[in-house]
Design a protein around this ligand. Sequence first.
Ligand SMILES: [Zn+2]
Length: 139
Amino acid sequence: MELCTSCLTPLAANQILYTPQAKVICAGCANKVDIVDTDKRAAGNIVKNATGALAAGIGSVIVLLFISMIAGSLPALGAVAVSIVCGIIAIRGMAAGNERFTKHLTNAQGIYVWIATVVGWTFCLATLLMAMVRGFVIT
Ligand SMILES: [Zn+2]
């Protein structure tokens, strides 16, 4: 007879399941592992969206300065929109009530989400100001 390595319930041979690490586990605990995995993925997506907000914000400045000579301000404004949407998703993920997800983030990751989003949005602001100075020229 084997025991579930998580809750120590004795398991008959036909009740034995295995974790991805090949540990013996019962069906109830296997479901919990699935939920935790999903929550961890959701937490990972918060970080990815913060990175998206940062990357798109920086990208908007680069696009405005170097590519808009040909294409006008529109592509840069598109990058600003992407950055804002990603940042909103990231910050909403960090909001109270999402501890189920955020508890899977390290402190450093939590801080990163805020900094990446704020820095990304700061670049967006710079893009918008520069575009405004140029009069939103769309050629
Ligand atoms: Zn169990």
